[in-house]
Write a protein that binds this ligand. Structure first.
Ligand code: SF4
Length: 326
């Protein structure tokens, strides 16, 4: 908890932007740049929800390369991190420890750490809740991954770091309660051998969705293909907060993934939404207006489209069906 709502913005050595590739983290990044934070002091950190070991269940395949492309065009370093085996391995824990975390470093290494915890069993999807103790995907696959990468790199010692994240109050009642500025959970400013000063700032916390699209439009950045297809929010294509139209669209875009998720619900005898299965939700929904070329782009490992778009137009997914608070 902090008694101030704004950081002393130019007092930090490093600015770590938690960058899903979605509109809110992109708006946060652009705001930092407009405030004059030097490009070379900013890093984009992207957490692969599916990890890197399997075919993937939740993430858009194109996201990794879209994120890298944004970094390349803006001249900002990008670092990826993930929990080994990602969402699926964590969900299938059956008397096992949570998997190690892997993160990239500036010298090109991939460091693996953790994985020595006690045994635990999940065998169910995260709960559709604002409570991160039961919505384990956000905590285990994003927030904790970032904290592990911050705690396990000496370069953050005796240094000031600002972690920038894109939560907005307008998204949900639980997000509205977040502090705009606070001490990050990986902070160690009173350490005895060394210090690690890390604050967290949510620069777009009080922004409207209109504000977010306005800054993206003014920089002419092409939004992630998911928004053009009709999704209201990143990061996961198969986000647990999806409702009828999203699940109808997932079934169209990625039938094998949809079937895998439906089968897991049956195997666990516990559905994502608890009161309805994804099959039932898809039946009640209407797929978005799915352009074939965009589907191919979104389901590709390569972002083969322009990052900057001089003919910027509001994407189909803007102001529409959202995937809930993530
Ligand atoms: S996007 Fe949805 S499913 Fe993916 S990690 Fe976030 S809350 Fe979980």
């Amino acid at each position: 908890m902090s008694d101030t709502t704004e950081p002393d913005l130019h007092s930090y050595d490093t600015y770590v932007v938690a960058f899903s590739g979605g509109k809110d983290s992109l708006a946060s990044l652009l705001h930092l740049l407009e405030e004059g934070v030097p490009f070379e002091n900013i890093e984009l950190w992207h957490h692969d929800v599916d990890g890197r070991e399997g075919p993937g269940l939740m993430d858009w395949p194109v996201t990794t390369d879209y994120v890298q492309s944004i970094g390349d065009v803006l001249g900002i370093d990008v670092y990826f991190s993930w929990k080994k085996g990602g969402f699926e391995r964590e969900m299938l824990r059956d008397g096992d420890a949570t998997a190690p975390v892997c993160f990239e470093t500036p010298d090109g290494e991939v460091v693996e750490t953790g994985g020595n915890g006690g045994p635990g069993t999940r065998r169910k999807f995260p709960q559709v809740s604002g409570d991160l103790s039961v919505r384990w995907c956000s905590a285990y696959l994003k927030i904790d991954v970032a904290s592990m990468a911050l705690r396990n790199q000496d370069r953050f010692r005796d240094s000031r770091t600002l972690v920038v994240t894109g939560e907005r109050a307008e998204e949900s009642a639980s997000r509205a309660k977040y502090d705009t500025f606070e001490v990050h959970k990986a902070d160690l400013r009173n350490g005895t051998r060394y210090t690690r000063h890390i604050d967290q700032w949510r620069p777009v916390h009080d922004w409207s969705e209109q504000d977010v699209w306005d800054i993206i439009r003014s920089w002419e950045i092409n939004p992630h293909p998911a928004y053009h297809l009709g999704w209201g929010r990143l990061s996961c294509m198969s986000c647990i907060f999806g409702r009828y139209n999203q699940w109808a669209s997932v079934r169209e875009v990625a039938p094998q993934r949809f079937e895998q998720i439906a089968q897991y619900e049956e195997e666990f005898d516990c559905t994502i939404a608890r009161d309805e299965s994804v099959r039932e939700m898809a039946e009640k929904g209407q797929p978005f207006d799915l352009d074939e070329d965009l589907v191919e782009l979104a389901m590709s490992d390569t972002y083969d489209a322009d990052v900057l778009d001089g003919d910027w137009d509001t994407p189909q997914g803007a102001y529409g069906e959202s995937c809930g608070p993530i």
